[in-house]
Design a protein around this ligand. Structure first.
Ligand SMILES: *Cc1c(COP(=O)(O)O)cnc(C)c1O
Length: 390
């Protein structure tokens, strides 16, 4: 294919897989007349919980809402500190700020781009209320190390698993899906940039029935009686609002789409892992482009494919992005750092050298279910070509 053909049909970084089945599921809900937090949400929660083997799953409007709600339920408030990484999508830090608490950033491991668990202990103070651990771009963090510290120091662990549906982690000698959950709760996103989507949406998994009950009430204004219960009641019932809640509901339209997406997931994961393996093999032959490291305890869903651009590769990360765009290949920079954004500039500088290097050196390559072998071969060929100098 020539360059001009390529420019007409750019290879996109990511593409949701949505088809007739999702459309039919949404249509059915719309025509049913019950469009929010009803039977579809309940079924989606049950199927999601079964998939990750969690006891409880609570659907909400986004992963940001999920994380905020969990921190709120843990009682995180003004004056508290929550330990997390700056090197994440900004929502991870924002939810701590929503609670009035202070995010305390620890640096990442430069190989996995996830929290360096060895740095957590030093960041703990008497104000520390929780640890918010991120499974960045689908790569599980060293959860066992994080949990060990948390247990010893009596701190709850919340998992930001926004990108990690279908990712697996080895606990003892067992492989388990992220979301079982291993901390107090794990939070997932169904934004279109993630592996499965409901347009927008989120899910919380927990083993704690009390936490699950509070989450269910608080996502719906803390209403004491749910719509479904009131609807089915034979006598009139009046609800109460014992505390201040939120509107973080998921609609039944979203949930019906999510159920179809969840059925597609095994196939999506298989294709993503094949594409990731193809990239890894090709990158071994390209000096200066470093493929993602999957530690022995982790299996990624490759929500994104992060490559570090370093010497002796002849181009900088930004030059490489520019050249790939010229060749009709969409790329993105690696994960951002909250502390480098204007919104958190008031905190002053932080010493997070590995986070800052990852932000400036990492490129995300196209990887999605609809990506053909030919498209991937084209991307790899461009990288090879550029490695020889332009
Ligand atoms: C996408 C993402 C979020 C936010 O998810 P939404 O569903 O868009 O609110 C939070 N944390 C991480 C790590 C993410 O990648």
């Amino acid at each position: 294919m020539t360059l001009t053909d390529r420019q007409r049909q750019e290879i996109s970084i990511s593409k949701p897989v949505l088809g007739e089945e999702e459309a039919a599921a949404a249509r059915e809900v719309i025509l049913s007349g019950w469009v929010t937090q009803g039977p579809q949400v309940k079924a989606f929660e049950e199927e999601f919980a079964a998939y990750v083997r969690a006891l409880h799953a609570v659907a909400v409007s986004s992963c940001t809402a999920a994380l905020h709600l969990v921190l709120h339920v843990l009682g995180v408030k003004s004056g508290d500190e929550v330990i997390t990484v700056s090197h994440s999508f900004i929502a991870t830090t924002n939810v701590i700020t929503y609670c009035g608490a202070t995010p305390v950033f620890v640096d990442i491991d430069p190989d996995t781009y996830n929290v360096d668990a060895r740095l957590i202990e030093k960041a703990i103070t008497p104000r520390t209320k929780a640890i918010l651990a991120v499974h960045q771009i689908g790569m599980p963090c060293d959860l066992q190390a994080v949990l060990e510290i948390a247990q010893r120091r009596g701190l709850p662990v919340v998992e930001d698993a926004a990108c990690a549906i279908g990712s697996e982690i080895q606990i003892g000698d067992q492989w388990q899906r992220i979301g079982r959950p291993h901390g107090v709760a794990a939070c997932f996103s169904f934004h279109p940039r993630k592996v499965i989507t409901t347009g927008d949406g989120g899910m919380i998994t927990t083993t704690d029935a009390v936490v699950a009950r509070r989450l269910r009430a608080l996502r719906q204004h803390a209403m004491s009686i749910s719509d479904t219960v009131r609807h089915a009641a034979r006598h009139i019932v009046f609800e109460e609002y014992p505390e201040i809640g939120f509107n973080y509901r998921m609609t039944d339209i979203q949930a019906a789409v999510g159920r179809v997406q969840l059925r597609r997931l095994p196939e999506l994961l298989e294709r993503r892992r094949i594409l990731a393996a193809n990239y890894a093999e090709a990158l071994r032959e390209i000096p200066g482009l470093i493929a993602p490291v999957e530690p022995p305890y982790a299996r990624s869903n490759f929500q994104s494919y992060a490559v570090r651009v370093t010497r002796p590769f002849p181009l900088s990360r930004d030059q490489l992005m520019q050249e790939m765009q010229r060749r009709g290949v969409a790329t993105r920079r690696g994960v951002m750092n909250a502390h480098q954004e204007p919104a958190y500039a008031h905190r002053g500088p932080c010493h997070l050298p590995h986070s800052e290097a990852a932000r400036s050196d990492v490129i995300l390559l196209p990887l999605h279910h609809m990506m053909s072998d030919e498209d991937q071969a084209y991307v790899i060929e461009q990288l090879r070509h550029l490695s020889r100098g332009v």
